[in-house]
Ligand binder design. Structure first.
Ligand SMILES: C[S@@+](CC[C@H](N)C(=O)[O-])C[C@H]1O[C@@H](n2cnc3c(N)ncnc32)[C@H](O)[C@@H]1O
Length: 301
């Protein structure tokens, strides 16, 4: 006999729990909503509704993939980040809640730039750069939440660039977010300068990478996660390079892994071009963002 929404959820929750999911009820709800092509809240409006054979087959297929530890966001093909919904594929990192802290810092920096009046009249156009954009989550959230900023977003993965471009187009932000293929700062036109450079680079050290849970290591791109032996490889290139890419008074803001903030602040100091770097903690209290303003002696190389 065909199952109702509540029966299907109950059975799937038990099955996912037994197969090791840490959030079996939530996973079951998200996957069933996707299988039915409805919003999650719709499940609670009509729990007695009977699934069609197509919905049941689709849901079963999703559960088998989830049992093999595939992340829910890849199975669904999309993920919410702040106010926007993003397509995600295995070519891009699934946006993490802690990355919202970097967006918060970036929005504060943008808000302190010459006022909306100047931007609106065209006398000043704030320009930001997102390095390693992945799904485009940071650049697109900034464009969605600050109507004046224009952004360049780069990634060395061509497949990620395609996903980010689709996200920009679907969100109607393609006109203000220019997504390009490139290796960190190396492929930018030589004269391009930014008020703000943001990045959530790959920062997981080798030993931690090997110990990652299967649902991350086996599915999410190594290129998005692995930061070399101590996790700091990309910062070592990006931080000194950023100094010459900032407009006078510009800010570099990067996400860091747990325990990396002091080392990344030291890299900013060693670049010799920034005022003392600051840190911002995420909601769990972990220092998550390091940011530094170009010192007045440096006017963007
Ligand atoms: C941790 S993921 C962050 C993705 C996205 N910004 C986010 O916050 O979800 C790091 C991203 O940097 C990209 N990346 C790695 N090395 C790079 C390089 N040398 N130049 C540009 N992008 C790079 C990866 O492809 C990946 O998309």
């Amino acid at each position: 006999m065909a199952a109702s929404v509540s029966d299907a959820l109950r059975a799937a929750t038990e099955w996912l729990r037994a197969s090791g999911s840490r959030s079996p009820r939530r996973d079951a709800e998200l996957l069933l909503a996707n299988a039915r092509g409805v919003d999650r809240t719709e499940l609670f409006r009509a729990p007695e509704r009977v699934l069609t054979p197509v919905e049941e087959r689709r849901f079963d297929g999703y559960l088998v993939r989830r049992q093999a530890r595939e992340p829910v966001a890849y199975i669904r093909g999309h993920r919410a980040f702040r106010s926007i919904e993003l397509e995600v594929t295995p070519a891009v990192l699934i946006p993490r809640p802690e990355t919202e802290t970097l967006v918060d810092v970036a929005l504060e920096v943008l808000a302190a730039l010459p006022g909306p009046g100047a931007a609106a009249s065209g006398s000043y156009e704030p320009l930001a750069l997102d390095v390693g954009t992945g799904s485009g989550c940071i650049a697109l959230a900034l464009a969605a939440e600050n109507p004046y900023v224009r952004l360049v977003a780069t990634d060395v993965s061509e497949a990620a660039v395609e996903v980010a471009r689709r996200n920009a187009a679907r969100l109607g932000l393609g006109g203000r977010v220019d997504i390009r293929h490139g290796d960190l700062l190396d492929d930018l036109p030589s004269r391009e300068r930014f008020d703000l450079i943001v990045s959530n680079p790959p920062y997981i050290p080798e030993a931690e990478y090997r110990a990652l849970e299967a649902n991350v290591r086996d599915y999410e791109p190594r290129l998005a996660l692995h930061g070399g032996d101590d996790g700091l490889d990309v910062y070592r290139r990006l931080i000194p390079g950023s100094a010459g890419r900032l407009r006078p008074g510009g800010v570099l803001a990067v996400e860091v892994g747990a325990g990396q903030a002091a080392a990344v602040r030291a890299l900013c100091a060693a670049a010799g071009a920034f005022r003392p770097a600051q840190e911002r903690a995420d909601l769990a209290g972990t220092p998550r963002v390091v940011f530094a303003r170009l010192s007045t002696r440096h006017a963007g190389g």
